[in-house]
Design a binder for this molecule. Structure first.
Ligand SMILES: Nc1ncnc2c1ncn2[C@@H]1O[C@H](COP(=O)(O)OP(=O)(O)O)[C@@H](O)[C@H]1O
Ligand SMILES: [Mg+2]
Length: 269
């Protein structure tokens, strides 16, 4: 059987002193899939993202990323910037933008860091740099358009609404020309209308750009409408996986959410 898996996680265990953040985790993502990871607070979701992006180094197991060149790349032990240039982009749970820069500048930084002619190149401004800069500008404008922020390109990032900031982060992730985009709670802090807009945007990133999506999201309505398949983490372990319908009906999942917060259980129902 030939399955095209972009990520394969095998027997991954990550510890911080006595805390086991990921406990013998096994999962995979098919190329082109919108996949979600859900679970109560502290379940290990962000730790998983950090392990997939080379930020955390699990003590045990294997993580394999299959990039454009179809050559498997082992992630554990690899530096975060190497993982990023191989085609793995992410957004963060807490917004990490340059809030004093404009929306345009934030996205352009993503485009330039990807090409590796950042700050020094920009200062030298040779003919090659100028050509590269034009390219970055064009990429940036195209992406601002795609995420619906073209009209706000010159607005200082700090003064954008939550929903627009989330869009901006997605544009910045896309500026590195990724194969897969990891979104850590992309709708956090947004209102219902913004949530709907973000869901549409995330689906378009996959459908129109062919970028695989790996999503952490607390809003059950959003995640169940967007994800094609989900994994459920609880105390660092995968306790369930399946389609939204399978996950909703899974007693272990309901139990895990019951144990943590009644709010989330209501949303799950
Ligand atoms: N850098 C770290 N140092 C120590 N403990 C950590 C670190 N990162 C995560 N953890 C611990 O790992 C567990 C899972 O955290 P996290 O991955 O942030 O969960 P989630 O994103 O699902 O809320 C928590 O107990 C957390 O305190
Ligand atoms: Mg988290």
């Amino acid at each position: 059987m030939t399955t095209d898996r972009i990520f394969t996680v095998e027997n991954v265990t990550l510890r911080f002193g006595g805390v086991v953040s990921l406990n013998d985790v096994n999962l995979f993502q098919n190329r082109g899939e919108i996949l979600a990871v859900i679970g109560p607070n502290g379940a290990g979701k962000t730790s998983l993202f950090n392990s997939l992006t080379g930020v955390y180094q699990p003590q045990e197991g294997e993580i394999t990323f299959m990039g454009r060149d179809a050559k498997p790349m082992s992630i554990i032990g690899r530096k975060a910037h190497r993982v990023s240039s191989a085609g793995v982009a992410r957004t963060f749970q807490a917004s990490r933008m340059f809030s004093a820069l404009t929306a345009f500048e934030n996205v352009k930084i993503g485009a330039e860091s990807h090409k590796g002619f950042g700050v020094v190149g920009a200062m030298l401004k040779g003919p090659r740099t100028r050509r590269n800069e034009k390219e970055s500008d064009a990429t940036t404008i195209r992406l601002m358009d795609f995420v619906g922020l073209r009209q706000k390109a010159n607005v200082i990032a700090a003064s954008l609404s939550y929903g627009d900031r989330r869009r901006l982060e997605i544009a910045r992730g896309l500026a590195t020309n990724p194969e897969v985009l990891l979104l850590d709670e992309p709708a956090a802090g947004t209102n219902p209308a913004e949530k709907l807009g973000l869901a549409t945007l995330i689906r378009r990133v996959r459908d129109e750009m062919g970028v695989s999506i790996l999503l952490i999201e607390h809003d059950m309505k959003l995640v169940m409408s967007l994800a094609e398949r989900l994994y459920v983490l609880n105390f660092g372990s995968v306790i369930a996986d399946g389609t939204p319908a399978e996950i909703r009906a899974n007693p272990a999942v309901i139990e895990a959410y019951l144990g943590s917060s009644a709010d989330e259980t209501e949303e799950l129902a």
